[in-house]
Design a protein around this ligand. Structure first.
Ligand code: NDP
Length: 281
């Protein structure tokens, strides 16, 4: 029987998720359908209608991740901590209430990709640029790393402070956490993760060249099909050897969603290569 899946959000026309999930299914010999559903009306009703059409689950993207969190009747630990859900798995009806498991695979997706790229995480000093939804999703996983320190720099400093004070109540971590403004940012960092939305607008964060030059590894959550962003290009030009965009994270979080639905974790490397090459033929 065909496994029925989708991504819900607004916009969704650009989403690579159908391509990624169909490729996973092809590699695994599964029969799936994976559609894009534009959320224009009531999110909960659209999710319920999709379930009633015999779906197994769905991904949820911007701006519906908080609504998905509210809709879930059960949460994984990481979704509970992130207070945002990007994956729903339907578990049937109880009376007229849809039972749904909510998960958040963003942070673990990044972690899978950092492992794939042999990112030198042990005892590292990590700088995260940005304190939006993506940072909230990835920080709990980063706080479990054998890292030495994590510094969040954000335009709105209070947002970084809020994230850290909230997570400190949820997780015990030996990682030293700090927050800074761009103006006051000092120190050296081994790993820089750009979790701002600046690359989308081809803009760069206001950090000194020396901060790039001292880094060993640079990762931009934003992605392009070719694999470079303005941020990774800048870092490369300043001599950073290991610079990556976030397409591997996108495929990683998708693989973990697929595992939640089917019980099988797909091969990220093969699908990543396929997505990079897609459209070039
Ligand atoms: P949000 O809108 O929640 O947060 C945006 C962040 O960028 C905020 O920290 C914001 O700062 C900062 N920012 C925006 N404009 C500026 C500016 N002019 N100067 C300085 N800082 C700025 O977005 P998300 O957190 O959801 O997403 C961030 C990025 O991560 C996006 O590029 C997105 O595509 C990518 N992403 C990639 C994923 C993947 O799988 N690869 C998954 C999720 C996200 P402030 O708080 O001050 O407004």
């Amino acid at each position: 029987m065909t496994i029925k899946l989708a991504v819900l959000g607004n916009p969704v026309a650009h989403s690579l998720s159908p391509l990624i999930h169909h490729h996973f299914a092809q590699l695994l010999g599964h029969d799936i359908s994976y559609e894009r559903i534009l959320v224009e009306d009531d999110f909960a009703t659209q999710v319920r209608d999709f379930y009633l059409a015999k779906a197994l689950g769905c991904n949820v993207t911007v701006p519906c991740k908080l609504q998905a969190y509210d809709l879930a009747t059960e949460l994984t630990e990481r979704a509970r901590i992130a207070k945002a859900v990007n994956t729903l798995k339907f578990m049937g009806m109880e009376g007229d209430k849809l039972q749904v498991l909510g998960d958040n695979t963003d942070g673990a997706g990044l972690f899978l990709d950092l492992q794939r790229l042999n990112c030198p995480l042990a005892n590292s000093k990590i700088l995260i640029l940005g304190a939006g939804g993506a940072t909230r999703g990835i920080l709990p996983d980063l706080m479990r790393l054998p890292a030495q320190s994590i510094c969040i720099v954000n335009r709105t400093v209070t947002k970084g402070e809020d994230i850290i004070s909230y997570l400190s109540t949820q997780l015990s971590s030996s990682v030293n956490l700090q927050v800074s403004s761009y103006e006051e940012l000092t120190g050296t960092y081994d790993i820089i993760i750009n979790a701002t939305s600046l690359s989308l607008h081809k803009e760069l964060p206001k950090i000194a060249d020396e901060i790039y030059q001292q880094a060993k590894f640079v990762y931009d959550l934003y992605y392009t099909q070719e694999g470079g962003t303005v941020f990774t290009s800048k870092a490369q030009a300043l001599g950073v050897k290991h610079c990556y965009d976030g397409l591997g994270m996108l495929v990683g979080q998708a693989a973990l969603s697929y595992q939640l639905w089917t019980g099988v974790l797909p091969d990220i490397t093969k699908t990543l290569a396929y997505i990079r090459s897609f459209g070039r033929h």
